[in-house]
Write a protein that binds this ligand. Structure first.
Ligand code: NG1
Length: 414
């Protein structure tokens, strides 16, 4: 964890005065329920003991100046006209400022950011930054936000950056309790803390491939968002179910026949042909907050739906396995999740497969990619005694880093 004391000292050195407060926003590891959140289906993540810290001092000039210890270039953004700026992390700040346009207008801030989260994808560094910035700025401007409204604002800010995020990361980063996973439902919204039993530990391991949410990864992610909407529209049409607004697989997931019907979906389909077939407005399928989607592009909708519906069931069973202390079952479900993400959702990579296999071979109960995939990190569940072995095997497979993560609490301010 970052120690806030040196961060405060560094802030004083850079800005010539102490910060008013420091927000600490943890990263997250999703245990199971991958690529289900934007379908309105459940997830089971933990917040971890690595975080992004945001030190803030309010100013009165309507200018936000932000420096990050991880980046050479500072951001200087006028609140009246937040532009997209130069570096990826500046864009997250601009997104947060756009969402906060109506909060304490005219006020500004000096900000220093530090993080011990890897930036390479999978442990939610982007959402830790967005939640940390939003929590710190609103508190510094005397309009503090917390819990669900904070998570929703941070998610909306991230969508402005172009990834149509489902909202899992921001919710667990705001709501997690130490020693617990957080079961999150979206239709209707609900959260519940699930205790992590004694005797269960988690290790995360880098695949060695970066998966930052720019360019190709952003497009691959958004293709899955739209692909699952196409599948939802077609299944609802086949089942005679009315869906209002954006079609989500969560709207048909509870219907027994849906799982069978998946195999009758076209293997690939474009948004335009789905809209024509179901007599629906194509905008319901392709509309994204800040990205364009080509409605004539075909997506593998059958395989996507098969993954999402089976993954949602695995979340329920995994939660029960955790509650019952059945670690072998939990591990099996994590392995199945990884296979489904590899075969049907096509978001694993050979390096993620390799590191997950190495951790299983070293005695983990199970292992899978965590987060969006396409590179980034894998997570293993194992006994505390096996932690060192699992870490060594992961490092031997991909060069690391690999380390233990401890289920931690959500964002805090001091
Ligand atoms: P990562 O890539 O770990 O940030 C992303 C999304 C989640 C979720 C997972 C896949 C963002 C900020 N997060 O996680 O909402 O959809 O992929 O389960 O886009």
């Amino acid at each position: 964890m970052i120690d806030p004391a040196p961060l405060r000292a560094a802030f004083s050195e850079r800005f010539g005065g102490a910060p008013a407060l420091v927000a600490t926003a943890p990263g997250r590891v999703n245990l199971i329920g991958e690529h289900t959140d934007y379908c309105g289906l459940p997830v089971l993540p933990i917040a971890i003991d690595r975080a992004t810290c945001v030190a803030v001092r309010p100013t009165g000039d309507g200018i936000v100046t932000a420096v990050s210890k991880q980046s050479p270039r500072e951001a200087r953004i006028a609140r009246r006209a937040p532009d997209r700026q130069h570096e990826p992390w500046h864009r997250y700040l601009a997104g947060v400022l756009e969402e906060l346009a109506a909060v304490a207008p005219g006020r500004g801030a000096d900000i220093l950011v530090d993080s011990d989260l890897p930036m390479s994808g999978g442990l939610s560094s982007s959402s830790a930054l967005s939640v940390g910035l939003a929590a710190a700025l609103t508190a510094a401007w005397d309009e503090p936000l917390s819990g669900e409204p904070l998570a929703q604002l941070a998610a909306a800010a991230e969508r402005r950056v172009g990834v149509e995020t489902g909202g899992m990361d921001q919710l667990v980063i705001t709501m997690a309790e130490p020693g617990h996973a957080l079961r999150i439902d979206f239709l209707p919204p609900a959260t519940r803390a699930v205790a992590i039993p004694e005797g269960l530990a988690f290790v995360v391991a880098a695949s060695g491939e970066d998966a930052p949410k720019g360019g190709a990864v952003r497009e691959a992610y958004n293709e899955r968002v739209v692909g699952t909407r196409i599948a939802a529209l077609m299944l609802a049409d086949m089942l005679g179910v009315d869906i209002e607004g954006t079609p989500l697989l969560g709207a048909v997931a509870g219907i027994d026949a849906a799982v069978v019907m998946v195999e009758e979906l076209p293997v690939t389909m474009s948004a335009r042909s789905a809209a024509n077939a179901a007599e629906a407005n194509v905008e319901r399928l392709v509309s994204l907050t800040a990205a364009h989607y080509d409605s004539s592009k075909k997506a593998p909708v059958r395989a996507y739906a098969r993954h999402v519906l089976s993954e949602a069931e695995r979340v329920d069973v995994a939660e029960a396995a955790l509650a019952g202390g059945d670690f072998a079952r939990l591990g099996e479900l994590m392995n199945q999740s990884h296979d489904s993400l590899r075969q049907d959702y096509k978001c694993s990579t050979p390096a993620l497969d390799r590191v997950a296999a190495a951790m299983r071979k070293a005695g983990a109960f199970g292992a899978r990619l965590t987060g969006a995939g396409f590179g980034g990190y894998a997570v293993a569940a194992c006994s505390p005694e096996a932690v060192e072995r699992v870490i060594e095997a992961a490092v031997a497979a991909t060069g690391g880093p690999a380390f233990r993560v401890v289920p931690s609490g959500g964002v805090s301010i001091e």
